[in-house]
Design a protein around this ligand. Structure first.
Ligand code: R5P
Length: 298
């Protein structure tokens, strides 16, 4: 029986040895069916193998978050520059034109808000509606170690089972409860649990120490959340480090839509993720684009 305490320290992460992707460009996806692979190829760019997902689902727990008061005004200008729209079905139907041509990672967990215990979630979207909306992935929040851990893991496996039947991949979102520490040990455990349970990719947080162990020990792609708004250079540096340490993209929200110039910021993030730019050069790009958009001479 596995225990939480007293185990031999994990150490053989094979850092620097990429996982063999066995004939498909995405790790852990070689043996999936055609429909799954087709949808994953909409999420992860086949040239770079990476993705810039735009997360704007915050309203489902936070209401009209800063930068998302009017999704029609703030998010639509970003749509051409994102690889994937991560949002709720409510905002998708109300604000996003169906002819925008972008794949959707549909937020499928629900049931809590910032006013109460966040981990007390349920499955909030029927598989039939995800199919109807042509979702390319379904996103489910899991609170490993949280008060309702058992319930959120139940939500995840139910969505994975329904998605497997329909050919829709599941994105497990590792939410970190207030009592948890965002270190490599915790994040590595949370991501690995999601992969073992059958998720197709995982969204987690970056940690400054040992993130390469988190990605190495997770046999499916990891994308990072941006978290609270930080300075543009810091957000670009975080994205650079995460990619260099094995993440296959970002699923970023506030650090894009709360930036001074969100349209320039998402292009700077793309430069880091898809074009291998340094954070400094991406920041230059951000400032140049921002000046141009404000009609200033640079
Ligand atoms: C939170 O409600 C959602 O899971 C967001 O999609 C997630 O936190 C990513 O957004 P951010 O980059 O703002 O952390």
């Amino acid at each position: 029986m596995a225990e939480a305490q007293g185990n031999i320290e994990s150490k053989d992460f094979g850092i620097g040895i990429p996982q063999d992707s066995q004939g498909y460009y995405l790790k852990g996806a070689a043996h999936l069916d055609w429909g799954m692979k087709d949808r994953l190829a909409r999420v992860f760019n086949a040239r770079s193998g990476k993705t810039v997902m735009l997360a704007f689902d915050h309203g489902y727990i936070m209401g009209p978050t800063s930068g998302l008061e009017r999704v029609d005004l703030s998010i639509l200008p970003l749509v051409p520059y994102t690889d994937v729209l991560m949002c709720t079905r409510g905002v998708l139907r109300a604000c996003i034109p169906p002819d925008c041509g972008k794949p959707v990672a549909l937020r499928c967990s629900a049931g809590a808000t910032v006013l109460k215990e966040l981990s007390d979630e349920l499955v909030g979207v029927a598989i039939e509606d995800a199919i109807r909306l042509n979702a390319s992935a379904m996103a489910v929040q899991v609170y490993i170690g949280g008060e309702f851990e058992h319930k959120t893991i139940g939500n995840l496996v139910r969505v994975i089972d329904a998605g497997n039947a329909a050919g829709i991949p599941t994105l497990a979102v590792t939410a970190v409860g207030r009592e948890m520490v965002r270190d490599a040990r915790y994040l590595g455990l949370a991501c690995r649990v999601c992969a073992e349970l059958g998720a197709h990719f995982v969204k987690t947080y970056y940690c400054a120490e040992g993130f390469e162990r988190v990605t190495a020990a997770c046999p499916i792609p990891i994308v990072i959340a941006g978290g609270k708004k930080i300075a543009e250079l810091d957000a670009l540096t975080m994205a650079r480090r995460a990619i260099d340490q094995g993440a296959l993209g970002v699923d970023m929200g506030r650090n894009i839509f709360q930036a001074d110039d969100p349209v320039s910021m998402i292009q700077a993030v793309r430069a880091v993720v898809h074009d291998d730019e340094t954070p400094e050069r991406a920041l230059d790009l951000y400032q140049t684009l921002k000046s141009q958009s404000k009609g200033m001479v640079v």
